[in-house]
Write a protein that binds this ligand. Sequence first.
Ligand code: B12
Ligand code: SF4
Ligand code: SF4
Length: 379
Amino acid sequence: MSNRRAEKDLLRDSIESRAQELGFDAISFIPAERLPTERAYQEWLREGRHGEMDYLERYQDLRVDPGMMEPGTKSVIVLLTNYRQPLDLLEGGLRIARYAHGDDYHKELWGRMRELAAFVHAESGADVATRPAVDSAPLLERDLARSAGLGWVGKNAMIIRQGLGSFTFISEILVDLDLGEEVEEAPDRCGSCSRCLNACPTGAIVAPRIIDARRCISYLTIELRGPIPRRLRPLIGDHLFGCDICQDVCPWNSEEVLSDDPTHQTRSVYRKLSPIDLLSFDHDRYVEVFRKSSMKRAKLRGLKRNAAVVVGNSGDSSQVERLLEYFSIEQEPLVRGHIVWAIGRLGSEEQIERLEGLGVNEAEPFVVDELKQVRLEMV
Ligand code: B12
Ligand code: SF4
Ligand code: SF4
């Protein structure tokens, strides 16, 4: 082995050890090359499967080419971090995708990657330029992880790593140092299984590895800013924020592979809340409970909208009196409209008449329309 090669191996080994100390669960070093799945990405956008996530249309050239993302980049250090928590349905009735149970992963992983980048700098003894990213730069992170041999793209579109599963964050550090090596791709172990396709309640996995975000509960409860389409609301079930179904059914996800990292642990305050409680939140309470949380992505109005849908799907008519109370005090039309829908699902005729009485001077077109729909569905 040449001296240069031995030095490169040593450097990679020491970076790997430091990454482990920092809490990363898998690491790989690849040359910064154009990704082979460019066409699949463009096709996905052309089909409109990204819904209202317009930002995905921007910087398409950069997304598929980490070398263009940051000029001078020679290698990419790709990392996986396990965040798995035991349950997504909590004691009080909130069902929250596991990735959002703890602190916001963007900020949290960013700090660790900065530390790892500083280590690369110090250890290489050179003036290395590094750029960490986690869902924060226009990059196709799953494709990077697949190219780095860290896992295969499951039929649910997740990166799955044998022994670790798919409840992982993908992050990367772009480096202008030659650290990359040719890696073997992880073999596709989905075989003839199709559990995730069959389990998805909204039919969002339109073909193996292709997600139509417009139908995905994760998109509907996190990214969508406006009303949730009426036909999809019943299919959302009790999902308040995000969805883990296509991962829960996957045989490669073992319940034993849990994260013990304190920053990913389920916040105790979430355990005590129920979906209807969220409808009583004002801005101060929202900031107090969701400080430093990824759940802030949906904003207070989005979380309340989702809570109204979840209550509407609960089949629990004892919630209607509180829904009527919140309808009369809620300022946000988006939320009021979804509360109307929930009352329409759960309320008695007398309660619906009271709702109509409360809404008699309603001026917001969306809420007026929801009130009309409730009446139409009764006849
Ligand atoms: C937009 C987005 C979403 C959208 C769209 C989802 C989607 N499938 O694209 C929505 C809001 C629905 C979403 C949901 C979720 N997301 Co998301 N999301 C993103 C984001 C920001 C961009 C993804 C993107 O560009 N999608 C475009 C499509 C076309 O790309 P793709 O699905 O990744 O598909 C590529 C590969 O599958 C590959 N491919 C397709 N077919 C084939 C076939 C073969 C043979 C091969 C080799 C490759 C291949 O090519 C495709 C195009 O490049 C990334 C972060 C990032 N910057 O990459 C996170 C990211 C993908 N999301 C993540 C997570 C955790 C989730 C959720 C689990 C959250 C939740 N619990 O609610 C769900 C999972 C839903 C699902 N089954 O995909 C993680 C995934 C981690 C992992 N281990 O895979 C990421 C990487 C964030 C991160 N940094 O950790 N997400
Ligand atoms: S996250 Fe949920 S809704 Fe989205 S594809 Fe997976 S199972 Fe379907
Ligand atoms: S559930 Fe089956 S088909 Fe879906 S990702 Fe897991 S192994 Fe692949």
